[in-house]
Design a binder for this molecule. Sequence first.
Ligand SMILES: [Zn+2]
Length: 161
Amino acid sequence: MTKKLKFIFTNHLRERFVQRTNSRYDHLKICRDKECEECQKLKEEIKQKSIEEKREVDTQIIKRISKADENRSYVNNTGFMTWYYDKYGYDDKFQFLVHKNILFVVLIKRGRKIVVTCLDARTHLVGKATLQRKKYNKIPTKEEKQQSQLLEQIENEAQSQ
Ligand SMILES: [Zn+2]
C-alpha cells in the first residue's frame, strides 16, 4: 500500500448508517407512502441522532470500515456503475468496501476518500444491481431529490475540509 488517504464522512452516510444498523428504522425500508407520518418521525430521529451522537456514529463507522474488504466486482458491473456515474460523474473513482451486511460507497475525489453512503450489502449484491435500479426508477422523485441533495452536500463538505 502507498500513502493512506484520509476518509471523509458525509452527514448522509451517518444518517444511512444509523438507519441501517438499527432495526428500529426498518419501517423506512418497506414504506412507500410519501405522506407517512411515521416515516417523517423516524427520519427526523435519525437526523437528530446522527448529529447528537456524531462521535459515536463516526467511531462505529471507522471500526467497520477498518474491517471491511474492497469488493472489485461492483466496479466491474456496468449496470451498477452506470447508476453511480450518472449520480457523481464519470471523472471520479469509486471504491466499494464491504463489511458483513454493510456496503460502503467511497468516492475518491481530489486525493480524498469521501464515504458518500452505505447500503445493505445483501440487497445490493452484484447480480441484483439492475433489479435495484428498476426499483429506484419506480419512485424517482424521492430518490432524485435525495441524490441532488447528496451531491450538494458532498461538494460542500469536500470544500470545507
Ligand atoms: Zn412510513
